[in-house]
Write a new protein. Structure first.
Length: 209
């Protein structure tokens, strides 16, 4: 009799522990990870790369993945009379800039798609960064560089790292560089090189960890 009671107690405790684990898992909030498309030109490759990146990183249960498209946002060219670093609490004179500010504040982590334009990153990216200041502080950011040549946007990403670290962003060391980007994807829009997927998985683990 005592033996059966012991087993019953162990079973009840086990179910209790399992429930507690499930409840804890449910409680764990997802991190908002946004894929920022760093180009806006007609026929840009960033759209296809963004989708391929999305397909990989959205498998991570801890991440709520969304696109952040500079083309759709249509941010103005920097025109504020007061530089963002001088207005910590003051809003911008431009409501679109204020919306951009709110969006970045509400983003836990970013993966920036960085096109190589003449060995540097795109002007639209620099403009998007300069419109804000305090919002970048501590922001968790990872990079995916790409270009037509064989270096996959190495110097473009390096330059962007320099700028974002100067304003206090929290940059991941791991990065994905895609050389000869015009042949990086299958017809279905998946990465041909499966190592890219492994690296992206590792990057999103770090962004959400
Ligand atoms: C203005 C311009 C300059 C470029 N310079 C380089 C370069 O220096 N190195 C390189 O690898 N690719 C270069 N490329 C190729 C781009 O990296 C490639 O076309 C990429 O797809 C651009 O990103 P997007 O398609 O999202 O605009 C250049 C493309 C443009 C439009």
């Amino acid at each position: 009799m005592k033996y059966w009671m012991g087993i019953a107690v162990i079973c009840i405790m086990g179910v209790g522990m399992l429930n507690a684990e499930l409840i804890n898992d449910e409680k764990q909030p997802q991190k908002t990870v946004r894929i920022l498309l760093g180009s806006t030109r007609q026929g840009r490759r960033s759209e296809k790369i963004a989708k391929a990146v999305y397909d990989v990183i959205s498998k991570n249960q801890k991440a709520k993945v969304e696109f952040l498209d500079l083309k759709e946002l249509a941010l103005p060219l920097f025109d504020d009379p007061v530089p963002p670093f001088q207005r910590k609490t003051e809003p911008s004179v431009d409501p679109i800039v204020n919306k951009w500010s709110e969006t970045i504040k509400a983003t836990d982590a970013l993966i920036i798609l960085v096109p190589d334009y003449n060995q540097g990153y795109s002007a639209v990216l620099k403009n998007a960064i300069d419109l804000l200041f305090y919002e970048w502080s501590g922001k968790r950011i990872a990079f995916v560089g790409y270009g037509d040549a064989g270096n996959g946007g190495t110097s473009a990403v390096a330059q962007l790292r320099e700028v974002l670290s100067a304003i206090g962003a929290n940059l991941l060391v791991d990065q994905l560089l895609i050389p000869t980007v015009y042949q990086a994807l299958t017809e279905e829009g998946k990465f041909i090189n499966k190592e890219y997927e492994v690296l992206l998985g590792k990057m999103v683990d770090q962004l959400t960890g």
